[in-house]
Design a protein around this ligand. Sequence first.
Ligand code: KIV
Length: 264
Amino acid sequence: MAKITTATLLKMKQQGEKISTITAYDASFAKLFDQAGIHAILIGDSLGMVLQGQNDTLPVSIGDMAYHTGCVARGVEETLIIADMPFMTYATTEQAYSNAAKLMQAGASMVKMEGGLWLVDTIKGLVERGIPVCGHLGLTPQSVNVFGGFKVQGRQEDKALEMVEHAKALEAAGVQLIVLECIPEGLGKAISEAVSIPTIGIGAGKHTDGQILVMHDALGISCSYMPKFSRNFLVDTGDIKKAIELYIEEVSNGNFPGPDHIFK
Ligand code: KIV
């Protein structure tokens, strides 16, 4: 297979093909996921929770992210590599430039940032300077203290309408992908129809253009708990590569997420 790029993912959306993505943090898992045919790997700042045992993602540093991005990049041949910008590393546009450069130089092909309208100028500047950006709306974990916990977002009509507007603004600013986390399925559908770039859902229902899972959840090895929106694919296969192949197949044929994995 040829190297997957943002153009590949856009074409998949246009052709109605579902995109499968997963997190990874090291070369060995990244290589297996790449060989299984995953379309994109995210080095998520979820590593704070699943690798470091933190209660949330806030303690993760840009050094942590650059280190794990380098590890993943060395394991991957075809998959698109997206790296998370951690908490407060893009609070100003200048900070975003210098920290995004660190992740790109470590091997990322795209950086992800959490937030809506307030990020528009930063995104424009990054894209103008050659750095592709993935947006992230809904339950953005770096704002857990503002939300008062890990809670489903966008249930009230005004908040849902606002999120659609934020997604459109991110697209206009130049993002090429948007992650939608823990929102009602209907809102996931509305946002996916409102933008022409691919949307990748996690707890956002089956109508997004693709899905993402934290690898520890998809393999049933989370040290804390299994989120409602996730599924253990290892239990059905007993083999990590086969588990990821099953995940890709279930996303592709519309079986995952199922009715038990969605929020209303
Ligand atoms: O950090 C992460 O792993 C993420 C995904 C849950 C989307 O942002």
